[in-house]
Design a protein around this ligand. Sequence first.
Ligand SMILES: Cc1cc2nc3c(=O)[nH]c(=O)nc-3n(C[C@H](O)[C@H](O)[C@H](O)COP(=O)(O)OP(=O)(O)OC[C@H]3O[C@@H](n4cnc5c(N)ncnc54)[C@H](O)[C@@H]3O)c2cc1C
Length: 462
Amino acid sequence: MNGSVFDAIVIGAGQAGPPLAERLTGAGMKVALIERALFGGTCVNTGCTPTKTMVASAQAAHLARRARDYGVVIEGAVTVDMARVKARAQAVVAASRDGLENALRTLPGCTVLRGQAAFESPTQVRVGDNVLSAPRIFINVGGRASAPRMPGVGEVPHLDNSSILALDRVPEHLVVVGGSYVGLEFAQVFRRFGAAVTVVEMQPHLIAREDPDVSTAIEEILRGEGIAVRTSAECIGFAPHERGVLVNLVCTEGEPAVVGSHLLLAVGRRPNTDDLGLERAGVATDARGFITVDDTLATSVPGIWALGDCNGRGAFTHTAYNDFEIVAANLLDGASRRVSERILAYALFIDPPLGRVGMTETQARASGRPLLVGSRSMTEVGRAVEKGETQGFMKVIADASTRQILGAAILGVGGDEAIHGVIDMMNARASIDAYLRAVPIHPTVSELIPTVLGEMKPVKQA
Ligand SMILES: Cc1cc2nc3c(=O)[nH]c(=O)nc-3n(C[C@H](O)[C@H](O)[C@H](O)COP(=O)(O)OP(=O)(O)OC[C@H]3O[C@@H](n4cnc5c(N)ncnc54)[C@H](O)[C@@H]3O)c2cc1C
């Protein structure tokens, strides 16, 4: 193996590396794929899969507590068996991880290596005692939770998105520092499991990159379930406490500190690029360690590409997978696909979920274009009423001159699915008039999207 020459080396078996290895070997290349930890990376092992599995358990608990609303009687209290919740999540994770590892190990033309990969030169990668070389190297190393530089953080026990999955018991009081996507999903999950939960956020609003009406509605949903929300926490610090962890805050309202039995830090992610020997290959990174790429995901060094979270161009499984599609199409199909063609879409998987695509209203207004905006409360969506889940609203923003949709938010039951109608229209570059002629299925959440489009109003720009 030492000194082995390949046609391509893939570093990392996350969301882009494995499908790329499959395409490259399918095109007749000899490929080495290196993984240092768990096949499937963050999404499968500590991200999407376990969290969405837990969201499902939490939703079951929530619905069971609301059973009476539907005329269903459950005798006795609804309780959560955390060990079984965990076992269920781990079973789903293991099936996905093992399936992927098996597929890679049996992929003709692919050599799988376990270990830490690091560059020796622009065409050489070391894994333990082995030095592999290839004219093409694809980096798919992902990222990990960042540890914030907050006073006292090193003096208190704390959890991140990986270690919180190992909990066998529901915490008495979980304090979540970071009111964004990762933090809010865990906050609601553990609240529904029975923990007291406080969310601490430095910004004046939760999930600050969303429009204020969206973040306010999310805050109302979470507060409605008994989650304490402490925004504008300007001065977060930690100290050990007899009941767990003392979290200091200086907030615009409320007590200056909160004591939790457990602390979850969900304050962002950093790329796994610091131990990759990038300097020996000459691969450039930005100040935060993300690998610098051009619009085709090529790095500063010819023959080396960076895909997924490590390039800072996306932070989702579907953006990592789309990176694979772009690189593979350009390399193997003679295409000229670019990242800038991608219309960003994502979801926040609280319950009810937020489905998002394209610009926020704030961004659209800042662009200075003439705008049309339409919105509708979920209380006016028949299917939501029938399901007894009327929290949230939907909002669509369009360019008044081109009549194309610029962005949308659907916060409400089925919002993560219904948003795909808008995603498809935007990717087809279709006008809202085409959407108005569609005949959607009744009763669905999606059927109201054309109604919202038909009722859009011009927005006065400042
Ligand atoms: C709690 C949480 C929930 C999430 N939920 C969602 C969601 O619902 N939907 C969604 O789209 N996204 C979600 N994400 C984000 C998603 O997990 C990531 O965007 C996605 O996993 C990125 O894929 P990737 O291939 O870039 O990296 P990763 O999946 O992180 O894979 C990188 C792989 O590279 C390996 N590696 C790293 N360095 C080396 C090295 N030097 N040598 C060898 N191997 C190496 C790692 O071990 C890892 O297996 C979530 C993230 C978190 C933290």
